[in-house]
Design a protein around this ligand. Structure first.
Ligand SMILES: [Zn+2]
Length: 227
């Protein structure tokens, strides 16, 4: 039997900023409920979906060619986590024009309601982060601000479950889980196509599929105004 795990998205959204100038100090954020973790129905394209869209239907993502700072909280991390994180980030960076960059280690554990700033990447128990309950291997998603000009991601979270049964990752690719969550941070939702890394359930796929890559390209095109 193949191990199956669920790699859910977590989106921490903002609500509309009324002023044409986005007021970062007045961003309200809401954790979406589970039935919205799979992305916006009908959004995206073949093999991919968008985690969130603006009213125009454009995906919520980062600024064009954004350099996205990441702070790593090593509490509860597996041995060799630094290499694991570096490898996952390199995989995503090579596949997109967005660039994740580890800037520091931190003891920050504010996985939710984060103010604009570095993405927090860490490990947590189900007790600390109840949404990691059951077979959920990790959560990932952005926070974004929105205004008349659209929406833009300004921070995010990746949190990996430390309560997975011993050996859970055996035969599976722990790095793939991180890459999956990082693609949520960039703005991709789940796809129904099981061969993609952004499928909600992991069946051993360990590399980015064509749908994943098409989704990243679509995010970039929207971010850079070339779509
Ligand atoms: Zn997911």
């Amino acid at each position: 039997m193949l191990a199956t795990m669920v790699v859910l998205a977590l989106v921490i959204t903002s609500v509309i900023a009324i002023s044409p100038v986005v007021d970062f100090g007045d961003v309200r954020r809401t954790v979406l409920t589970h039935d919205r973790l799979d992305g916006v129905p009908g959004s995206g394209g073949e093999g991919y979906s968008y985690l969130a869209t603006s009213q125009s239907g454009a995906p919520v993502t980062w600024a064009c060619e954004a350099i996205i700072e990441v702070e790593v909280n090593p509490q509860g991390a597996p041995e060799g986590y630094a290499e694991l994180v570096a490898s996952a980030l390199a995989t995503v960076n090579e596949a997109s024009s967005f660039t994740f960059e580890v800037v520091a280690e931190t003891d920050d554990r504010q996985f939710f309601d984060r103010p604009p700033g570095p993405v927090l990447l860490g490990w947590a128990s189900e007790e600390e982060v109840p949404d990691l309950v059951g077979p959920v291997a990790g959560l990932g998603g952005p926070s974004y601000v929105s205004g008349p000009g659209g929406a833009r991601s300004v921070t995010g979270t990746v949190v990996i479950d430390t309560d997975l049964p011993r050996g859970w990752f055996r035969g599976m690719d722990e790095e793939a889980v991180l890459v999956h969550e990082l693609l949520h941070v960039l703005g991709l939702g789940h796809t129904q196509e099981s061969g993609q890394l952004m499928a909600a359930r992991h069946h051993g796929q360990s590399e980015l599929g064509e749908g994943d890559l098409a989704g990243l390209a679509a995010l970039e095109a929207h971010a850079c105004g070339t779509s």
